[in-house]
Design a protein around this ligand. Structure first.
Ligand SMILES: [Fe+2]
Length: 226
């Protein structure tokens, strides 16, 4: 977990005055500082729990392909083998509510919630270059994107949701982000991505207001070993 004050490249007050829901920014870092958040091994373990009872509750796997598949909402549930075919074919996977998967992501949410309302984390995983991703869209919440593994190309648009339909949005900036890079996006600003190889990104997204907070992570193990 990275304290919010150390995460952003400016004092918190300046972020709130000048950037919050006004301006995007990127901070390039090559120190792999987000790698503890999620590993390919954890992805493998999570996907192998598919079909177990816990998977029907949370976190939920969604697939971005020609159509979006949401395991929770789908009337016809895909089998694990079918899910794997989507992965091999280059669909991107979203693990929603992923902060329940480990302590690092949970505590990062707690940290954000000192400054924002209740939020959540989603992991975006793709297996290859040019994986299927969402077309140009805007999100309802502001968004801190941790680039955890791999390289991804971002297209940040000029327009917000209220300016035009997504297909008319024009590109303001194209930027490649790597391990350790952070992108902040205000809510409702249009964007899209291209994957440049396998990648893991985490979106921590929050409503600006609200005081509902999650409880702290508890160390149930203490000094229990083995
Ligand atoms: Fe988005």
């Amino acid at each position: 977990m990275i304290p919010f004050e150390q995460l952003i490249p400016m004092p918190v007050e300046r972020f709130k005055d000048e950037f919050q829901n006004k301006k995007w920014f990127i901070q390039k870092r090559d120190d792999g500082r987000f790698r503890e958040h999620f590993s390919w091994k954890e992805f493998d373990q999570y996907m192998n729990s598919y079909g177990l009872n816990g998977h029907q509750r949370m976190p939920q796997c969604q697939i971005v392909g020609d159509k979006k598949y949401c395991h929770k909402k789908a009337e016809k549930k895909l089998t694990k083998e079918q899910i794997y075919e989507h992965w091999k074919n280059g669909d991107s996977f979203i693990l929603t509510l992923c902060e329940f998967l480990n302590k690092t992501m949970w505590q990062q949410c707690v940290e954000f919630e000192k400054h924002f309302g209740r939020g959540q984390a989603n992991i975006y995983c793709s297996s290859q270059k040019d994986a299927k991703c969402f077309p140009t869209h805007a999100d309802t919440t502001e968004n801190f994107l941790f680039h955890v593994r791999g390289k991804i190309r971002w297209y940040i648009m000029n327009e917000y949701e209220w300016d035009c339909p997504p297909e008319d949005a024009t590109v303001q900036k194209v930027v490649d982000l790597d391990d350790g890079d952070l992108l902040y996006l205000p809510s409702k600003l249009y964007h899209r991505v291209d994957t440049l190889g396998p990648r893991i990104s985490i979106s921590f997204h929050f409503h600006t207001h609200g005081d509902s907070k999650r409880e702290d992570w508890i160390d149930w193990l203490g000094d229990i070993n083995g």
